[in-house]
Write a protein that binds this ligand. Structure first.
Ligand SMILES: Cc1cc2ncn([C@H]3O[C@H](COP(=O)(O)O)[C@@H](O)[C@H]3O)c2cc1C
Ligand SMILES: O=C(O)c1cccnc1
Length: 349
C-alpha cells in the first residue's frame, strides 16, 4: 500500500475559487456546488477539474458468517448477483450506462461457483484471494496476508481505472452478510455499541435483527479486534470485498482520483483506509446517506456530510452513482459558464 498520498493542490483550488467568483452569478449563489468544484480542483490538481468518465468498481465476496442466518437472503445470491452485474442487469449497471462509466466487477472471493458463462464476461475480473471468509463467530475471517492481498487487488482495479482514463472512482460491493461484517468492524474501530449501529441489511425483521446483534456481539467478544491495528481488525471481523474497497480508495488517491463513497459498507471500508492513511480523507466525497442505521456512526467517524439523502439501502455503489451528476455539474459550471468579463458587465458597480 502507498506510504504516502499526494497532498491537495491549494493553488488549483485557489484558481477554481477565483474563477467561480468571476462567473455570471452572485458570489456563492451555487452553494455547495461551488465548494465541490473547489474540492475537486484541489484533489485533481487542476483549476478546471473533470470527473467524467467515472469508473464504477464493484467488489464481490462471500462471508462465512452468513451461515449464522444474519441476512434475509441466502449466500448463493452473491454469485447470482455477480452474474447479473456481468450481464448488465443490476441497478448499478443502469447508472453505469447512464453516465458512460467504465464498470468492472471484481471477484475477490465469491464462494459459490459462478453461473455458467459468467466468467466469459469482459466486465468480470477474477482476483479471488480465497473462497469467502471463514465464519468470524468461530475463527478469524481471514489472515492478515489475505486482507492485504485483497487490498492490493482493490488497488490494482483503481490503477486499471486510472490507466483507462477514468477521472473519478465510484466504489461499490456485493456480498451477502456484509452488513454484519461492516457492523462488527465499525463497532471495533469506533468503540460504538453494536445495538446502536446494527440494522436490517437486506431486510431482517425484529427477531432477525436481535439475532444479528447477538452474533456480532459474540463475534467481537471472541475475536477481540484491536482498534489500534486496523489491518488486524479487518482480517478478524472484516471481509474480502471490504478490504478490496479500502485498497481501491488508497490506489485511487495516489492517482488523484476523486473518490465517491457509497453507503454503509463503503463508508466502513473508507474508515479502515483512513485509519491506515489519515490523509486519504481529503480525497473522499460522500455520495449519499444510506437507510442502514449504522451509516450515521460511520459518517460521524469520518466527519462526513453526504451529498444526497434518497433513502437508498442497496449498496453496489448505487448511492455514489446517484450523486455523480452533482460532481459533474460542479465541474461543467467552471468550464462552461461565462464570466462577467466575457459578457462585458462590471460585477461591482
Ligand atoms: C438481490 C440483492 C442485490 C443486492 N445488491 C446489493 N445488495 C446488498 O445487500 C447485501 C448486504 O445485506 P446483508 O448483510 O443483509 O446480506 C450486500 O450484498 C449488499 O451489497 C444486495 C442484496 C440482494 C439480496
Ligand atoms: O448502505 C449500504 O451500503 C447497504 C445497506 C443495506 C444493504 N446493503 C448495503
Amino acid at each position: 500500500m502507498p506510504d504516502f498520498l499526494p497532498s491537495l493542490d491549494s493553488l488549483a483550488a485557489q484558481q477554481a475559487a477565483q474563477r467561480l467568483d468571476r462567473l455570471t452569478k452572485p458570489p456563492g449563489s451555487l452553494g455547495r456546488l461551488e465548494r465541490l468544484a473547489v474540492e475537486l480542483a484541489a484533489i485533481q490538481g487542476q483549476a478546471l477539474p473533470q470527473v467524467s468518465p467515472p469508473a464504477m468498481l464493484v467488489f464481490a465476496a462471500d462471508h462465512g458468517v452468513a451461515a449464522e442466518g444474519v441476512s434475509a437472503f441466502p449466500a448463493e445470491v452473491t454469485a447470482q448477483m455477480v452474474a447479473n452485474f456481468a450481464a448488465g442487469g443490476a441497478a448499478i449497471n443502469v447508472f453505469a450506462r447512464q453516465h458512460g462509466a467504465h464498470l468492472e466487477v471484481i471477484d475477490v472471493g465469491v464462494a459459490t461457483p459462478l453461473p455458467e458463462g459468467t466468467a466469459d464476461s469482459p466486465r468480470l475480473v477474477d482476483e479471488r484471494v480465497r473462497l469467502g471468509t471463514a465464519n468470524m463467530l468461530h475463527e478469524d475471517a481471514m489472515s492478515r496476508d489475505e486482507a492485504l492481498a485483497a487490498m492490493v487487488a482493490g488497488r490494482r482495479a483503481a490503477e486499471r481505472a486510472a490507466a483507462a482514463g477514468c477521472r473519478s472512482l465510484i466504489v461499490g460491493e456485493m456480498g451477502i452478510a456484509n452488513t454484519t461484517a461492516s457492523s462488527a468492524l465499525l463497532a471495533a474501530l469506533t468503540g460504538a455499541s453494536v445495538e446502536g449501529l446494527v440494522g436490517p441489511g437486506t431486510g431482517l425483521d425484529a427477531a432477525g435483527l436481535a439475532h444479528k446483534r447477538d452474533v456480532i456481539e459474540r463475534t467481537l467478544a471472541a475475536r477481540r479486534p484491536d482498534p489500534a491495528d486496523p489491518l488486524e481488525a479487518l482480517a478478524r471481523v472484516g471481509g474480502l470485498e471490504i478490504a478490496a474497497m479500502a485498497g481501491a480508495f488508497l490506489g485511487g488517491a495516489t492517482h488523484r482520483l476523486p473518490l465517491i463513497v457509497d453507503g454503509f459498507i463503503a463508508t466502513v471500508a473508507a474508515l479502515v483506509a483512513c485509519r491506515l492513511r489519515p490523509s486519504l480523507r481529503d480525497y473522499l466525497l460522500f455520495g449519499h446517506r444510506s437507510r442502514e442505521p449504522g451509516h450515521e456512526g460511520a459518517l460521524a467517524a469520518l466527519e462526513a456530510r453526504p451529498l444526497v439523502d434518497f433513502e437508498l439501502r442497496l449498496g453496489e455503489g448505487t448511492g455514489a452513482a446517484l450523486a455523480f451528476p452533482l460532481l459533474d455539474s460542479a465541474c461543467r459550471l467552471l468550464v462552461e459558464m461565462a464570466t462577467f468579463d466575457d459578457i462585458g458587465i462590471d460585477p461591482a458597480p
